[in-house]
Design a binder for this molecule. Structure first.
Ligand code: ATP
Length: 267
């Protein structure tokens, strides 16, 4: 049996100021920052602390970034794992990894766990999906449910679990029950103001950021980050001393071509 990989916590420096736009999503995770910083304030009043939330939205729109910022703001250790990392070819490794993760988290509480692509393990049971009805996956999901029910913030084990998905509708209803992921926070594609804010993270000029936002309808945050990086690469290749407007135009064209290619392969 494959030895399960140790899952280590990291100390993250990401803050809410690094997350552009997403005002409502930020406001919702703010509560978790407060809980992680002052768990006893809640338990003293007999409040049942929420265990976490699902971050729901399309790829590349800041789910991981927001989870990281929540950990960074609260200065809590950050455990990050992808749902697909739990699924291994060796029987028993998935559930063991889930157990290990929560054992470590308990020992380091207060802390935050982020499970990206929760749908890889969390698809409704008995509906196929991963390898068409996979016992290992179901056992892993069962273990996750056990762990979610197992820790209790009121006994000083303050663990916040955030999980990312772009398909909340395929998740097993057991995951969404009260006391588990009973909250959903939408992390959507940025609108024009949000896009301008993402460009503004990289640029000094407000009006330039607004202009770029108008040129990139439908872009995710990750695609915008990609445009900025491509523009810098193009500038370097042209031996420019600064990233010029032409570099950005060329970068947008290149990223759009990439997106179109991706869409074609999906078809
Ligand atoms: P996936 O579903 O593919 O895991 P995700 O929603 O978790 O995607 P992130 O990994 O958080 O997306 O975002 C990818 C990158 O895109 C970030 O590291 C950041 O550079 C950029 N980005 C996305 N959204 C934002 C945002 N709102 N503000 C600033 N940068 C963003």
């Amino acid at each position: 049996v494959g030895k399960s990989k140790a899952i280590k916590a990291s100390k993250v420096q990401t803050r809410f100021k690094d997350v552009a736009g997403l005002q409502e999503s930020k406001a919702e995770v703010m509560e978790f920052v407060d809980i992680l910083q002052n768990p006893e304030r809640y338990t003293k009043l007999g409040a049942k602390i929420p265990k976490g939330a699902l971050l729901v939205g399309p790829p590349g729109c800041g789910k991981t970034l927001l989870a990281k910022a929540t950990a960074g703001e609260s200065k809590a250790p950050f455990y990050s794992i992808s749902g697909s990392d739990f699924i291994e070819m060796f029987v028993g490794v998935g559930p063991a990894r889930v157990r290990d993760l929560f054992a470590q988290a308990r020992a380091n509480a207060p802390c935050l766990i982020f499970i990206d692509e929760i749908d890889a393990v969390g698809r409704a049971r008995g509906k196929g999906g991963f390898n068409g009805g996979n016992d290992e996956r179901e056992n892993t999901l069962n273990q996750l449910l056990i762990e979610l029910d197992g820790f209790s913030p009121s006994s000083g084990e303050c663990i916040v679990v955030l999980a990312g998905t772009n398909r909340a509708d395929v998740l097993d209803p057991a995951l969404l029950r009260p006391g588990r992921f009973d909250r959903q926070i939408v992390v959507d594609k940025p609108d024009i103001t949000g896009r301008a804010e993402i460009f503004r993270l990289d640029a000094d000029s407000e009006s330039w950021s607004q202009k770029m936002a108008a040129l990139t309808p439908g872009f995710s945050g990750a695609e915008i980050a990609n445009v900025c990086n491509e523009a810098a690469l193009i500038a370097a290749r042209r031996s420019e001393s600064v990233v010029t407007a032409e570099c950005f135009d060329a970068a947008i064209d290149r990223v759009i071509a990439g997106i179109e290619k991706k869409d074609l392969t999906i078809d």
